[in-house]
Design a protein around this ligand. Structure first.
Ligand code: ZN
Length: 474
């Protein structure tokens, strides 16, 4: 039987169109999913929409749109972006899905019942994070680290609380032992150092009034809705059958990898395992944490006006060029920068000149000589090791750098050996050899640049014909 591999992106709020940070996370996760598919595993790739949040309600009000219509529109934008990036979600699970998600979250609540209690509470609430904070968790201005400049609201209401404090020791142990693996190590340390603080119980419901009657009703109390993290994290389970298809759930759960941004590590490394432990369910195996993107060295923000629509980049440069930038220029588990001038530069040098020209030159020469392309299947995996080694280290960007070193070498060989100056039999030998190498590079590129890799593989097999231009001049 095939190994199963269940991987997820984080679940974005659907209060605004996707930006380049979402594109990065989609492509990163898609790379891992494709890599595992190529290993022969049965992969399920889930994304979705966190729709039951106050900030969605507020954004819809501000836009003057009916709420459901507003989030439907944004859900379609996220799915559209994925499609444009050649990212294929097997499941896109939405929080407003009453058929599957609602009963799923209610079941999750019921399983945690012994750790849920009601109390009056007054606390500082960040609408941006949808979370209550204690003073110790805020910066010197009393603002949240994710939303500096935004005043926290004092919120007083009667809510249901989850006994998070009870699970502190167990969660520390699960992370320390690696039962929940956190990549990279710096993020693991961060989660553990956070757990050294006092851990307070957290509110997991809102009154209907604050929730604007939106979201999953609390089982047995129709004055309250299940709120945010308890409900949103459960999308990872509701999307694979939890509460509505036991067989499906048993097949896929636990998640093998949750890919998340560094800003939500606390919720995934502490809340999520605590909820699952309380419910008696299996824990996810791995949290894969990436950094944030700046734009020309500046933080992305609506007020600065530097938010980039990744769809425009795809229109201009093409899907694989954008995938290449994100996977190569952004350090896989660290912060990175996007600039359109750098995009131009690598498009021209790496993609158009080095890779595109190599394929074109070799296939043009091959067609002229009536060559047959690669038949040596042993060579197909030659560069796989370059990829495997760097995937093990979670450095996908280095894998691409190393593959491009090889591409440069092939260009150099073609120039130096100048097969067009050689007589027929020697010329054939050099060309066949180079075509075989390029074919193997195409294989190694498959999870990174799927369409480009396909074209390379096809063009270097069988009767050689001049290949199509991979990256036309802009
Ligand atoms: Zn915040």
């Amino acid at each position: 039987m095939k190994n199963k591999f269940y991987i997820t992106t984080a679940i974005p709020y659907l209060n605004a169109p996707p930006h380049i940070g979402h594109a990065f996370e989609f492509v990163l996760t898609d790379f891992i999913a494709r890599y595992h598919r190529l290993l022969g595993e049965e992969v399920l790739f889930l994304s979705g929409g966190d729709e039951n949040a106050v900030k969605n309600v507020q954004a819809a009000e501000k836009a003057g749109k009916p709420l459901q219509e507003f989030i439907d529109h944004h859900a379609s934008l996220f799915r559209g972006l994925a499609k444009n990036l050649n990212v294929h979600f097997d499941v896109f699970q939405r929080g407003s899905d009453q058929k599957n998600h609602f009963p799923s979250s209610q079941k999750f609540w019921e399983l945690c019942q012994k750790d849920i209690y009601k109390k009056d509470y007054e606390g500082l609430y960040c609408v941006g994070c949808e979370a209550f904070y204690t003073k110790i968790e805020l910066d010197e201005n009393g603002e949240c680290f994710e939303h500096p400049g935004k005043k926290l609201e004092t919120v007083a209401e009667t809510n249901y609380f989850f006994k998070l404090s009870k699970y502190r020791g167990q969660v520390i142990e699960k992370i320390r032992s690696g039962e929940i693996e956190i990549v990279p190590q710096t993020r693991k340390n961060e989660a553990l150092s956070f757990l050294e603080n006092d851990i307070y119980d957290i509110s997991i419901s809102r009154s209907n009034e604050r929730a604007k009657n939106w979201g999953v009703p609390v089982p047995g109390d129709d004055t309250q809705r299940i709120y945010v993290w308890f409900d949103a994290l459960n999308i990872y389970q509701s999307g694979v059958g939890f509460g509505w298809d036991d067989k499906k759930y048993e097949k896929w759960w636990p998640a093998d990898t949750h890919v998340i941004g560094k800003g939500i590590i606390r919720f995934h490394a502490i809340y999520w395992p605590a909820f699952l432990l309380s419910a008696g369910l299996k824990l996810p195996k791995k949290l894969f944490v990436h950094g944030y993107l700046t734009i020309n060295g500046k933080k992305m923000s609506k007020s600065v006006g530097n938010v980039i629509d990744p769809n425009n980049l795809i229109k201009k440069f093409g899907t694989d060029a954008v995938r290449y930038y994100l996977l190569r220029e952004i350090p896989t588990t660290d912060d990175g920068d996007f600039s359109e001038s750098r995009m131009h530069e690598i498009y021209q040098s790496d993609l158009s000149n080095e890779l595109g020209n190599l394929l074109l030159r070799l296939t043009t020469l091959g067609e002229k000589d009536g060559l047959n392309g690669v038949s040596n299947e042993d060579a197909f995996k030659k560069y796989q090791e370059v990829v495997d080694k760097n995937v093990t280290k979670s450095e996908f960007n280095i894998a691409l750098q190393d593959l491009w070193t090889e591409i440069k070498k092939l260009n150099k060989r073609l120039d130096e050996e100048a097969p067009w100056k050689k007589e027929a039999s020697e010329r054939t030998k050099v060309l066949e050899d180079l075509l075989t190498e390029l074919n193997a590079l195409g294989n190694a590129l498959r999870p990174f640049l799927p369409e480009t890799a396909e074209t390379i593989i096809k063009s270097t097999q069988g009767k050689i014909k001049k290949a199509p231009v991979l990256f036309p001049r802009l």
